[in-house]
Each structure stands twice: as structure tokens, then as C-alpha cells.
Design a protein around this ligand. Structure first.
Ligand code: C2E
Ligand code: MG
Ligand code: MG
Ligand code: MG
Length: 282
């Protein structure tokens, strides 16, 4: 068996590559029709301020409602969308949906919370991004103060000078800004000082073992201290346990997001969640 496998390695490798390429092409084609048929839905994950128990934000996370496969998670299609450029159209749809939802919740009389929307690298490189987003908000009747954009650390560091300019333009419009997956990229502290962002989001990979791994604990607490020195707030992602929450609160983390409070919720369930919290804090 081993011999046969050895002899066939090259053939297997290429046929695997063909399979992978075919799968990608299939995803690409069905993504195109997904865009045309409006098959994207947003789920919303609560962001809670532990000091007050207040809900301060909801992160919009895209899902693809695929007629054959059901709900498809972003890790399975965002990379293909990025490569093919389809992400620009998907990103526009996502932003528009998030704005429409924010307006609906405002009209329903719910207390204001920021809706955080993820941007992709290609979107950040679009020179007319601020104008395009501004146009969408205007059409939806959304206020820039309702929206926060998340860009990853590695995305901003790809072209730091350009990022400083684009982020500055978005900030000037009144949109909130956060750096996502902080700590996983390769950031220059001197640029961090120049990025006009309001928040840093500590990546889930540092939160996971925060109470047992001294390195993760050190990275998380140093990030919080540094962010505060720079006048930025800190969101911890992927908080699943009381022990993680306790550590983060003890070190001054401002906002908590993770399964401990809630998984991402459908728009309907997110509305119930908001209504329930509003009742409790009134
Ligand atoms: P992200 O922006 O870092 O989002 C956080 C991810 O962590 C989400 O996965 C969320 O469901 C998951 N998560 C949150 N809390 C916990 C927890 O306590 N434990 C664990 N194990 N996971 C948790 P999701 O929804 O699968 O999204 C994955 C990534 O896809 C996002 O990472 C983001 O980079 C990207 N993404 C999602 N929506 C969009 C979008 O509309 N546009 C773009 N460009 N990217 C998106
Ligand atoms: Mg995010
Ligand atoms: Mg993240
Ligand atoms: Mg992530």
C-alpha cells in the first residue's frame, strides 16, 4: 500500500490540486449567484461593558444562506470572495444591511448601540470607500455615530500610510473605528499611535488560555495598558469563561464579547436581547 502511495504521490497531489481548484471555482460561481440572489444574512454578537452590564455594541457577522448547504460561515467564503474581488460587492451589501438594521432598531425605540461591521483588505484599499459608505448611510437614514468599522491589524499594516489617510477620513465622518484581531498581526507601535482608532480588539487566541498561560496573560494586560495610554478602549473577543472575564475585568478591559455573554444572534434574537437588557437597566 505504502509503495503504491509513493508511486502515485505526484498524481495524487495534482488530482488533489485539481479538486481544490474545482471546489474554489464552484464556490466562486455560487458566490456570484449568492450576490445576485441576496443570500447573505447578518448575525449580531453582543458586546457588553462589564462595569455596568450595559450592552454597548453588536458586531455584525455575515453568513451565507446557501440553498444546498444551509448556513455557511464566513471563514469558508470570505477568502474566496477576497481573491475574486467579489468581496467588494458583498461588503457593500453587508454594510447596507447593517445600516438598515441599525435604523430599524432606532425606530423600534431601543437604546442606541454601535453596530460594528468588518471590512476586508480590498475594501480598505478602495480610494472612494468613505464616499461610498457615506452614500449608503445617507440612503438608509443611518447616522455615522451608529456605526463602527473593524479593520484587522495586518490589513492596516499592509499599507500603513494609506491606512492612516483612509481611517482619518472615516473618523472625520463620525464613524467609530476598531482594530480587530489585535496582537496577531505584526504591528508597528509607531503606526498604532497614528491610526485614529477608538478601540483595539484583543484576539481570541490570547484570551483562550489567559488564566493559565503567563505569556498570553502578559500580552493581554500589556495591550490593555498600552491602549489606555493611547486613549483607546479595549474589547476582548472570544470570552467564554468566568475566569477569563474575571482576569480581563481585573486588568481594566472595557468591553467583553464572547460566548459567555452570547453567541452571534439572528436579527430577531438580537432584538429580543436588546429589549431584555434595556428593561433590566431602566
Ligand atoms: P472576527 O471579526 O474576529 O469575528 C469574531 C469571530 O469569533 C466570529 O466568527 C464569532 O462568531 C467568533 N466568536 C465570538 N465569540 C466567540 C467565543 O466566545 N468563542 C469562539 N470560539 N468564537 C467566538 P465568525 O462569525 O465565524 O466570523 C469569522 C471571521 O469572518 C470574522 O472574525 C471576520 O474576520 C470575518 N467576517 C465576518 N463577517 C464579515 C463581513 O461582513 N465582512 C468581512 N470582510 N469579514 C467578515
Ligand atoms: Mg470583527
Ligand atoms: Mg476578531
Ligand atoms: Mg478573527
Amino acid at each position: 500500500h505504502a509503495k503504491a502511495a509513493g508511486r502515485n504521490t505526484y498524481q495524487m497531489f495534482t488530482s488533489e490540486m485539481h479538486t481544490a481548484a474545482r471546489q474554489r471555482l464552484a464556490i466562486e460561481n455560487s458566490l456570484r449567484s449568492a450576490v445576485a440572489n441576496d443570500q447573505f444574512v447578518l448575525h449580531y454578537q453582543p458586546q457588553v461593558e462589564p462595569a455596568s452590564g450595559r450592552l454597548v455594541g453588536l458586531e455584525a457577522l455575515v453568513r451565507w444562506q446557501n440553498p444546498d448547504d444551509g448556513l455557511v460561515f464566513p471563514d469558508r467564503f470570505i477568502p474566496v470572495a477576497e481573491e475574486t474581488g467579489l468581496i467588494l460587492e458583498i461588503g457593500r451589501h453587508v454594510f447596507e444591511k447593517a445600516c438598515q438594521q441599525a435604523v430599524r432598531w432606532r425606530e423600534a425605540g431601543l437604546p442606541p448601540v454601535k453596530i460594528a461591521v468588518n471590512l476586508s483588505a480590498r475594501q480598505l484599499r478602495q480610494p472612494d470607500l468613505p464616499e461610498m459608505l457615506s452614500e449608503i448611510m445617507k440612503n438608509c437614514g443611518a447616522d455615522p455615530g451608529m456605526i463602527e468599522l473593524e479593520v484587522t491589524e495586518s490589513m492596516t499594516m499592509e499599507r500603513p500610510v494609506e491606512s492612516v489617510r483612509i481611517l482619518g477620513a472615516l473618523k472625520a465622518m463620525g464613524i467609530g473605528l476598531a482594530i480587530d484581531d489585535f496582537g496577531t498581526g505584526y504591528s508597528s507601535l509607531s503606526y498604532l499611535k497614528l491610526f485614529p482608532v477608538d478601540k483595539l480588539k484583543i484576539d481570541r487566541s490570547f484570551v483562550k488560555d489567559i488564566e493559565v498561560d503567563p505569556d498570553d496573560a502578559a500580552i493581554a494586560s500589556a495591550t490593555i495598558a498600552m491602549a489606555h495610554t493611547l486613549g483607546k478602549k479595549v474589547v476582548a473577543e472570544g470570552v467564554e469563561t468566568e475566569a477569563q472575564l474575571e482576569f480581563l475585568v481585573r486588568h481594566g478591559c472595557d468591553i467583553i464579547q464572547g460566548y459567555l455573554f452570547s453567541k452571534p444572534l439572528s436579527a430577531e434574537d438580537a432584538e429580543l436581547y436588546q429589549a431584555k437588557l434595556a428593561e433590566r437597566t431602566v
